[in-house]
Each structure stands twice: as structure tokens, then as C-alpha cells.
Design a protein around this ligand. Structure first.
Ligand SMILES: Cc1ncc(COP(=O)(O)O)c(C=O)c1O
Length: 265
């Protein structure tokens, strides 16, 4: 069996050469050019450490995925406890206890009306699933997103992409996908009015530029969607859990009742 710790020690410092040879030569060159080619050896909380023990404050935080910091002791304990428990993982066909427990906890904290959970492996896969649910449930095909929005890089998500930068060279995309300006309820209503839009997808705060809409944008968009039979998909992948001051970002603008649920006030 491979001794992982020994392997990592023996090959320490080779990461950029290996990445350049086997993964993405251009990325390795870019990192070298901008001076980001540090051979990080360890990470803790918001800090990265190189082989000499110098620390670096990681302001990118994995584009926001390290919400609780890297290698948080509670997360390590949870994962090692699970592995030690020899859980019967990925039994086909089965209804896993852990999935049920996590779904139960999420539903308990989710905004009212969200009563079931569909698990996915990534943000873009979540978008894909939401678009499929929407088309299937409404029997409509048109899909609406916001300009400057970002929902992932697989084909469905890319079809809903609000900027051309990521799309160049990858077309054609899914038919029936359109964009409206972010934070523009008039434009949204005009698109919804024909009654043929399956779903409108938006971020509560646009990650690209950190653009915060008017206070009532999300609640009014919800009202318009309900009036025209369109499903509202709130993409909270970048805003994450608790990053905007409430557990779910869509609750930021909601009633005091739902806000007090998180704070216990
Ligand atoms: C708002 C939003 N939606 C979707 C995604 C896609 O997530 P992933 O990179 O996990 O596919 C991202 C990624 O940054 C995002 O910011």
C-alpha cells in the first residue's frame, strides 16, 4: 500500500513541474509569471504555509468554498469519525442514513416552503438539476438568467451565463435561454409576461463584481415569478451558508420572522 505521508514528503516541491507536465501547462506558466507559484506545504484556517514555514493570508479562500477556514478541527473530526465508523457508503440501492440526517437539518433551517433536498457534487451540477426540474415541472422550455450572472461551466449553466467571456468558442448552447439586466424588475416582468418561461435564475448578490441589488429585488422577482407561473431559482453557491449575515442569502431581505430564526432573537 502507498504511504501517502511519505510520498508527499518525498515529492514535496515538485507540484508546479508536475502540474505543467501532466495537468495544465498554461496555468503553471501563468502562476509562475504572477508570482503565485509558492510550494504550499500546509494550511490552517485562513493561512497557507510554504515549506520554509512562511505564512500567507489566502484572500481568495478557494473562491469562497473555505467558508469555515481550511482544515477546521470540527470538519476533520467529522470526516475521520465517518471513515472510522466503516459506514456502508454508496450502496446501490439504498436510502443512506447520513443523507437523510443532512437533508432533515437543511430543511429545518431552509426558507419556508423548501421541504426536500436534492444532493449534487458541484455548483454547476446544481444549476443543471434546477433547470431540468423547472422544464419538467412547468412543461415550458424558455429559461431566463441575469446579465453578468455566473452559474457554472457545464453546457446548461454556460447557456445561462451572463457574460460572453466564458462562452467564447463553446457554442451553440441550449435553445430557449435568455438574459435580462440584473436588478431590473421591469425587464423581468416584460420577459415573464408571455407566460412561457420555465424558470428565472439569479444570484442574491452577483459574485462577479459583488453587485448587491435593491432591497426588494429578490422578493419582487419572486412575486413576479409566482404571478406568471415561472419557478424562481436562487443560486446561493457563491453567497454560501452564512456568508451574507443570514444562513441563506435569500433571507437577507426577508421578513424579520425568518431572520430571527437564525439568530434565535
Ligand atoms: C453563483 C455561482 N453559481 C455556480 C457556480 C459553479 O460552481 P462550481 O464551480 O462548483 O461548478 C459558481 C462558482 O463559482 C458560482 O459562483
Amino acid at each position: 500500500m502507498i504511504d501517502l505521508a511519505q510520498l508527499l514528503r518525498a515529492r514535496a516541491g515538485e507540484q508546479y513541474a508536475l502540474y505543467e507536465r501532466y495537468v495544465n501547462p498554461q496555468m503553471a506558466r501563468v502562476l509562475r509569471t504572477i508570482g503565485f507559484d509558492r510550494p504550499y506545504a500546509r494550511a490552517e484556517g485562513c493561512l497557507l504555509f510554504d515549506q520554509e514555514g512562511r505564512d500567507y493570508l489566502d484572500m481568495l479562500s478557494g473562491w469562497g468554498v473555505f467558508n469555515i477556514g481550511r482544515n477546521h478541527p470540527a470538519a476533520i473530526k467529522m470526516i475521520t469519525d465517518l471513515l472510522a465508523s466503516q459506514s456502508p457508503n454508496l450502496v446501490q440501492m439504498d436510502a443512506p442514513l447520513l443523507a437523510g440526517l443532512l437533508a432533515e437539518a437543511l430543511v429545518r433551517h431552509a426558507p419556508a416552503g423548501l421541504e426536500a433536498v436534492h444532493f449534487t457534487n458541484s455548483g454547476t451540477e446544481t444549476t443543471e438539476a434546477a433547470l431540468k426540474f423547472a422544464r419538467y415541472a412547468t412543461k415550458r422550455t424558455r429559461l431566463l438568467a441575469c446579465r453578468n450572472g455566473y452559474h457554472g461551466l457545464t453546457y446548461g449553466s454556460l447557456s445561462m451565463m451572463g457574460s460572453d467571456f466564458f462562452r467564447e468558442g463553446f457554442g451553440p448552447f441550449l435553445p430557449g435561454c435568455h438574459t435580462v439586466p440584473f436588478n431590473d424588475l421591469g425587464a423581468l416582468e416584460r420577459e415573464l409576461a408571455p407566460g412561457n418561461v420555465a424558470a428565472f435564475i439569479t444570484e442574491p448578490i452577483q459574485g462577479n463584481g459583488v453587485i448587491i441589488p435593491d432591497r426588494n429585488y429578490l422578493s419582487e422577482a419572486k412575486r413576479l415569478c409566482e404571478r406568471h407561473g415561472t419557478l424562481l431559482i436562487v443560486d446561493e453557491i457563491q453567497t454560501g451558508l452564512g456568508r451574507t449575515g443570514t444562513l441563506f442569502a435569500c433571507d437577507r431581505r426577508c421578513s424579520r420572522r425568518s431572520i430571527t430564526r437564525w439568530t434565535g432573537a
